[in-house]
Design a protein around this ligand. Structure first.
Ligand SMILES: CC(C)(COP(=O)(O)OP(=O)(O)OC[C@H]1O[C@@H](n2cnc3c(N)ncnc32)[C@H](O)[C@@H]1OP(=O)(O)O)[C@@H](O)C(=O)NCCC(=O)NCCS
Length: 158
């Protein structure tokens, strides 16, 4: 039986954990599309600060959470203003159903008309996960080396 999962909205408190996740993610080239090298620490701080602070309306992320289990951070997830989902579960917590649990919770919390996911074609684990949650491939970009998957919701609130 799962321990309870919570989403904590990103604040400055999460700076270090988010930095650690970015670092870990860069070591996995097949999972990464958006980042190819670490940002400068100041740029990272500004990106988080802009989300937290007044400039939030111009920030690309509409929602951004640290995923916790028993108050312990295990990963991060977000939805962009374009309805694109991003998720990262720290390596040691993978393979226990947490990714699936977090995506379900995210889509239950935000009942948008549709969700998108941009995924590296070599990232089989992630593609399988998103497809099992109702996502389907809508386009593929050779340039960006990514698949775009979409999940349209029939009974959405918009
Ligand atoms: C993709 C990711 C979120 C999945 O999280 P997870 O907690 O490992 O996944 P789960 O344990 O919930 O498993 C979900 C599905 O992933 C697949 N999966 C899990 N472990 C796997 C493994 N070792 N090998 C292959 N597929 C696996 C299975 O399809 C599984 O479905 P199942 O529950 O029917 O077996 C996680 O691996 C991750 O953070 N990866 C790096 C970042 C990333 O790729 N993000 C997605 C693009 S935005």
């Amino acid at each position: 039986m799962f321990n309870e999962m919570f989403f904590e909205p990103v604040t400055h408190k999460a700076l270090k954990f988010l930095w650690k996740c970015l670092k870990e993610r860069l070591k996995e080239p097949n999972t990464n599309i958006s980042h190819h090298q670490m940002p400068a620490p100041e740029a990272h701080e500004k990106f988080v600060g802009d989300f937290v602070g007044r400039q939030r309306s111009g920030h690309p992320y509409a929602y951004w959470y640290v995923i916790t289990i028993d108050a312990k951070p295990i990963g991060v997830t977000y939805i962009t203003r374009e309805n694109e989902i991003g998720i990262f579960i720290a390596k040691k917590y993978r393979g226990f159903g947490r990714g699936r649990q977090a995506l379900r919770l995210l889509m239950d919390t935000h009942k948008l008309t549709h969700f998108k996911a941009n995924i590296n074609p070599l990232n089989e684990r992630s593609i399988r996960l998103f497809m099992s949650l109702g996502f389907a491939l809508i386009s593929e970009s050779a340039v960006q080396n990514c698949y775009m998957l979409v999940n349209r919701r029939v009974n959405s609130k918009g």
